[in-house]
Design a protein around this ligand. Structure first.
Ligand SMILES: Nc1ncnc2c1ncn2[C@@H]1O[C@H](COP(=O)(O)OP(=O)(O)OP(=O)(O)O)[C@@H](O)[C@H]1O
Ligand SMILES: [Mg+2]
Length: 601
């Protein structure tokens, strides 16, 4: 016989290879167990980045003697019991392999006591071998100590990074769990020093401030959206906050922290053109949907999930993000209110707190205090302000006021600076408008409306058609995009082989080197990946045509041209950013200027 069943001690070590990648994975597993046990206080003690010590103590349900002995056996779990349970998992754990895996690659001590029991029990295990089992006086709850991680798997130990790096991963893990469980008090100590002391917070705002930093708080806005059995809540940052990585993005599915591409993609799509490629927001997003629509059993460390209906999740997250951002944009907000008023006679207002904040019994055991609803600080402040009549003024009305005052056509134009920026003033402050970005936005929206109506842009015939010769690949892609070029006013026809003849150009492109423009657009689309789909590519054509057609920087404009440009911004649905995400204007209020010049404190 060549085939043998492996002894459990070896199979546990193999499982550990998947479950326990580094010290932070141990922290994650132990925190999940503590949360599953309904703990409200969790202490995490770390030494040497978790390489010499990880200890997690909780005040949760604890275990009786028999359960404690079972818990360190492979496939022993209290969380699921039958086949069907696997397809409707509401706990973090379900495989029954975390504790035995961790115990097989460390010096492990489990102390646990149920509330009702006289004494607790202590189990000591070294590299998977049980050393001792004894009664132990202890408080109710569970304490797991993991020393010398990977001491018996030197190859693994070698892969560990510096103490600081490993500690960084641990702090990230604790942060991600703590953001998802504001009702739980988390304390993280590194070599005896406090890294986090996150008291049970009444709202996510406080916890977000503790973890993401004070300055983020004033730029975070609440998400709230539900449709059928799916709901999305949490916070996202204003488009002015831009990060170079996705590290500030925390996404949760049914309170489980996961790195999920569908949600992340939907989040970025929700920002539309407010962010450019390579810029990321700060976000904490909770997506809640029926347990049987999420498969959590797809990744060894449970960091990923699979949705039975990805589109539904994508759409919900994208809409939640877009709705929140639209409400922040005074211009869009006013338009939305106007539409709403037309329809119902009422302003749209701020979205209601979500139904799922009212936790059912099952959830409240797992998540003693699910994140309550939080209004964004600005909106909340606006809500409380008194309008002098003793009535509380609605946030939506305040936003509408702002809109009323800030119409572009009401701005007084002071002049053009550096041939690039238009300086304007309103009663409240000064505005600097980037003439290229603004014109790009105006052209793009105009092109988009015409494309939607399938009506071409007014164009001008070329005296002699311009012939463009492409390579094979470029020609194939260009051919697919022909209708988009035509709707943008660039009339093109196949001219045999890989050649095309441009017969007319949009009025705003008259006199430009059309061959260079078209070639550049096709190349850009190939570079950004045609794979993102034809619809995206079509939109990109419009954006690039708008960019090429827009007035440049360093171009002097007449007073009349400036006035027309500024006034046209009023017709845009999103005048604040150019189609590629750059801001079109910035403003300084009188108050900001006075603060800057230290006229006021
Ligand atoms: N902190 C704790 N408090 C109370 N019970 C615990 C605690 N940690 C573990 N347990 C019990 O021990 C069992 C085994 O834990 P373990 O983490 O190995 O498996 P699991 O959580 O069921 O599944 P998974 O391997 O997916 O994490 C759990 O099902 C639970 O009953
Ligand atoms: Mg577990």
């Amino acid at each position: 016989m060549k085939i043998k069943i492996l002894p459990e001690i070896i199979s546990n070590k193999i499982a550990a290879g998947e479950v326990v990648e580094r010290p932070s994975s141990v922290v994650k597993e132990l925190l999940e167990n503590a949360l599953d046990a309904g703990s409200t206080q969790i202490l995490i003690e770390i030494e040497k980045g978790g390489k010499s010590l990880i200890r997690v103590s909780d005040n949760g349900a604890g275990m009786g003697r028999d359960d404690a002995l079972l818990s360190i056996e492979r496939y022993a779990t209290s969380k699921i019991s039958k086949d069907e349970d696997l397809f409707s998992i509401s706990t973090f754990g379900f495989r029954g392999e975390a504790l035995p895996s961790i115990a097989s690659v460390s010096r492990f001590v489990l102390v646990t006591k149920e509330n009702s029991a006289e004494a607790g029990i202590e189990i000591k295990i070294d590299g998977g071998r049980i050393l001792s089992v004894a009664d132990k006086g202890s408080p109710s709850g569970t304490m797991v100590t993991v020393k010398d991680l990977f001491f018996n798997t030197p190859a693994r130990r070698k892969f560990l990074k510096s103490t600081d790096t490993e500690m960084g991963h641990i702090a990230d893990t604790v942060a991600s769990m703590a953001l998802g469980h504001t009702g739980v008090h988390f304390r993280l100590l590194n070599n005896g020093k406090t890294v986090y002391n996150l008291l049970s917070a009444p709202d996510l705002a406080q916890r977000a401030e503790d973890i993401l930093g004070k300055d983020t708080r004033s730029s975070l806005y609440r998400l709230g959206f539900s449709s059928g059995d799916i709901s999305v809540s949490g916070w996202i940052s204003s488009p002015m906050i831009k990060r170079a990585t996705t590290r500030g993005i925390y996404t949760y599915v049914n309170w489980r922290f996961v790195r999920d591409r569908v949600i992340q993609h939907a989040l970025l799509e929700g920002y539309e053109t407010r962010l450019i490629k390579g810029e990321f927001p700060v976000a904490v997003i909770f997506t809640k949907l029926p347990y049987d629509e999420v498969d959590v059993n797809v990744h060894p460390a449970k960091r990923e999930v699979r949705f039975s209906d990805r589109n539904k999740v994508h759409e919900a997250v994208k809409t939640a993000v877009k709705n929140t951002l639209d409400l922040l944009d005074p211009y869009k907000k006013a338009a939305a209110d106007f539409m709403q008023k037309e329809r119902t006679g009422k302003a749209s207002g701020i979205s209601e707190p979500l139904a799922f904040y009212k936790s059912d019994g099952k959830d409240s055991y797992l998540h003693p205090d699910p994140p309550p609803s939080v209004l964004s600080p600005n909106i909340a402040a606006a809500d409380q302000s008194d309008n002098g009549t003793g009535e509380l003024k609605k946030a939506s009305d305040m936003q509408a006021d702002l809109w009323e005052k800030k119409q572009f056509r009401d701005l007084r134009i002071l002049g053009q600076f550096h041939g690039t920026y238009i300086i304007c003033e309103s009663g409240e402050g000064i505005f600097l408008i980037d003439q290229h970005a603004a014109h790009e936005r105006i052209l793009y929206e105009e092109l988009k409306i015409r494309a939607g109506r399938k009506e071409g842009h007014p164009s001008q015939k070329l005296l002699v058609p311009e012939i463009i010769e492409f390579g094979y690949r470029e020609a194939g892609i260009f051919e697919k995009l022909l209708p988009d070029f035509i709707s943008a006013g660039i009339e093109v026809e196949p001219f045999g082989g890989n050649a095309f003849a441009v017969k007319s150009v949009p009025v705003f492109m008259a006199g430009k080197d059309i061959k260079a423009v078209v070639t550049e657009i096709v190349e850009k689309i190939i570079e950004t990946g045609f794979a993102t789909g034809l619809e995206k590519a079509s939109d990109e054509v419009l954006k690039l045509v708008a960019c090429h057609g827009a007035i440049r920087a360093n171009q002097n404009l007449s007073d009349k041209e400036i006035r027309t440009l500024v006034d046209q911004l009023d017709g845009c649905t999103m005048p604040s950013h150019c189609p590629h995400g750059r801001p079109t204007w910035i403003s300084f209020t009188i108050n900001e200027l006075e603060k800057f010049f230290k006229r006021i404190g």
